[in-house]
Write a protein that binds this ligand. Structure first.
Ligand SMILES: C=C1C[C@]23C[C@@]1(O)CC[C@H]2[C@@]12CCC[C@@](C)(C(=O)O1)[C@H]2[C@@H]3C(=O)O
Ligand SMILES: O=C(O)CCC(=O)C(=O)O
Ligand SMILES: [Fe+2]
Length: 359
């Protein structure tokens, strides 16, 4: 079974120190284990800002194409997700991460698991720990909710209902964004046949991850890292971020790091590695990171949208000709994750036709 769950089983995290987060509530300074070297911030006013696309704009498709090519990220408005649901997700997220540490640890992600509470998966690639904690789910989070709130059945049910409803809405909006991106490339939807209603066994693989960045106790927050630089491996990621601070940043070649300022009600859409492959390198998989602040507890909800199990992604035949040979060989999401588990952000090179790399 070529699914992303299998990838986690075959690449377990051996060191519990990379799964169990710090007890942020009791930390009154930034421990050495969490001190990173300085990472300078670029002045946002000199370099433009991440495109904002209104989905009801008649030019939305060409704006999406431009944003995916030049930025690899954009913010969408008029996406159809009820604002009240976004608020509810944010409140439930704050509530979950405000629980005592031992209660959160009772729902710990297992070393070879994908769902539950813990540190970001990429922690194993860095010598320093991140100032963050995450909770991931695929479908109903009930199994974990019963551990988080063992005596509060109402709360378990509330949490699960909101998260399930949110995943349903995210699936719809991700599918919409995926179709718009594919269409904007001039690629026929026939090619991505698993989107057809008749192919119900070919469901996309998805994951919802709630991220928490507690208030940093140090005044010089530049020594802490909320989420280390990475690209997402999915086709695309739809992110809801709390509006309190501008800690999410993207990296642009020849410019540097720049912020993705939160806009109330808007969703951030990241192009991921698999979309970079499908577009034969035309769409840019965006490198991003999260800083921390010393005033607000920041939360976000990231929905990763990828192909069904066993489906191999390769550059679209519509984008290939004599002058544009396929840059990548076919790869499933699981195969990409297997290589990322060992080689992290260098993984894409392993599937490039013009680079021979030993796996
Ligand atoms: C669906 C997935 C995307 C992800 C790997 C995973 O299988 C589960 C965790 C996801 C996540 C979330 C934070 C950033 C990221 C790079 C990570 O380490 O874990 C992504 C993974 C990814 O995009 O490869
Ligand atoms: O918290 C954020 O804004 C981004 C989190 C992120 O990049 C991720 O979950 O992959
Ligand atoms: Fe990400």
């Amino acid at each position: 079974m070529n699914s992303i769950l299998e990838s986690f089983k075959s690449n377990p995290v051996h060191d519990l120190n990379h799964i169990i987060p710090l007890d942020f509530k009791t930390a009154n300074n930034l421990p050495d284990s969490h001190k990173w070297t300085d990472h300078p911030i670029v002045d946002p006013f000199t370099v433009g800002s991440v495109p904002i696309i209104d989905l009801s704009d008649p030019n939305a498709i060409s704006l999406i194409r431009h944003a995916c090519e030049k930025w690899g990220v954009f913010q969408v408005t008029n996406h159809g997700i009820p604002l009240n649901l976004l608020k509810q997700v944010e409140l439930q997220t704050l509530r979950l991460f405000s629980l005592p540490a031992d209660q959160k640890v009772s729902a710990l992600r297992s070393p070879d698991g994908i769902t539950g509470y813990g540190q970001p998966r990429i922690s194993v690639f860095f010598p320093k720990m991140m100032w963050s904690e995450v909770f991931s789910m695929m479908g109903s989070p009930m199994e974990h909710a019963t551990k988080l709130w063992p005596h509060q059945h109402d709360h378990q049910a509330n949490f699960c209902n909101i998260m399930e409803e949110y995943q349903k809405e995210m699936k719809k909006v991700s599918e919409k964004m995926f179709k718009l991106m594919v269409e904007s490339l001039g690629v026929s939807l026939e090619e991505v046949e698993w989107l057809k209603p008749t192919m119900s066994c070919k469901d996309p693989q998805t994951l919802l991850q709630l991220n928490s960045y507690p208030v940093c106790p140090e005044s010089d927050t530049s020594r802490a890292m909320g989420f280390a630089p990475h690209t997402d491996s999915s086709f695309l990621t739809v992110l809801h971020q709390s509006t309190t601070t501008s800690d999410l940043q993207i990296f642009r070649d020849n410019i540097g790091w720049m912020p993705v300022h939160p806009i109330s009600g808007a969703l951030v859409v990241n192009v991921g590695d698999l979309m970079h492959i499908l577009s034969n390198g035309q769409f840019n998989t965006v490198l991003h990171r999260v800083l921390v602040n010393n005033t607000h507890h920041r939360v976000s909800a990231a929905y990763f949208y990828g192909p069904p199990r066993d489906v191999k992604i390769s550059p679209s035949i519509n984008l290939i000709d004599h002058d544009h040979p396929p840059l990548f060989c076919p790869v499933s999401w699981k195969e990409l994750l297997d290589i990322r588990a060992k080689h992290y952000n260098k993984a894409l090179d392993f599937f490039r036709n013009d680079i021979v790399t030993a796996k």
